[in-house]
Design a protein around this ligand. Sequence first.
Ligand code: PLP
Length: 370
Amino acid sequence: MTDAVHVPFLDVHAAYRELRDELDAACRRVMDSGIYILGPEVDAFEASFARYCGATHCVGVANGLDALHLILRAYGIGEGDEVIVPSNTFIATWLAVSFAGARPVPVEPQESTYTIAAAAVEAAVSARTRAIIAVHLYGFPAEMEGLRAVASRHALPLIEDAAQAHGAERAGRRAGTLGDAAAFSFYPAKNLGALGDAGAVVTNDATVAGRIRLLRNYGSAAKYRHDTKGVNSRMDPLQAAFLAVKLAHLDEWNARRRRVAQIYLDGLKEVADVSLPTTFEGILSAWHLFVVRHPRRDEFAARLRRAGIDTIVHYPIPPHLSPAYRELGYAAGSLPVAETLARAVLSLPIGPHQTPAAAEQVVECVRRVC
Ligand SMILES: Cc1ncc(COP(=O)(O)O)c(C=O)c1O
């Protein structure tokens, strides 16, 4: 009798197991330092992550949602303003705009890349538009060259939601340097994941970085002097110490993800009804997720589950149809690309601790159930 196949979607504990000694030492160092808010661990990680991205500034915050929200506030965006966002993103992109007091204006993505592109964004610009947020969804860096041209024409900041794209590149430039300011999430399942919540803003703009430093810490540069109405969104030094350990492994771990992706791309290219992600010369996806499309997605996922393969849908309900956004009044069918994608997308297992053998098992099961 052979063992039953089980390929988990992602094993986050495996990351801890691989780096246990270094992470435990980092934890002890922080505990022994007696510094539990900001301080040298946060400064050191900020400097390393800015260097990694090829940017001049990184400001650590509490999570990716705050990173996005604080970027918008740093640009002075608020009540009565509009911000262009993709129709097919994790709801945090929209919530950041709402929390700033502005209105998210959705733009449909290109089906080939799942990201927004220049022509559709240009058509959505109005007199109230104050910024464009491009999301590097699933780790694929959006077409920033075209978006940059639109942003420049209308004098708008171009913001990257790089929560899923640590280490992704376009023409040799890393996510985090492809727009005016970028938001990263270090949620544990991300390509660079903390052991809890954390996030960061990366930018070459010293003014924006300075404002975010104020905003994340009660609007205060000096103790008990408050220059603006800030929030408490400081990166935890414990998470900074863990992230510094893991950053040294990011490129190797992304290379492991790429190997898994290549096994899928090679092994699934002629499987009926399964549409694979498109790859492009000069664009390096971070392969945060490996997303396929299937016309009978739920049945396909159920068969894979029975075969021992875990999958997840990113995301089953687009933000405009989520009850949270009922007040915007979108009817079903109003953003058909996002809605069609939400019905068809399925993420196969991928991660830095998934072995090539497990990836081959996924290929075999997909071929079998199709
Ligand atoms: C595209 C996108 N934007 C923003 C976020 C928000 O990040 P966080 O969960 O750290 O707040 C996430 C992750 O959860 C994300 O995937």
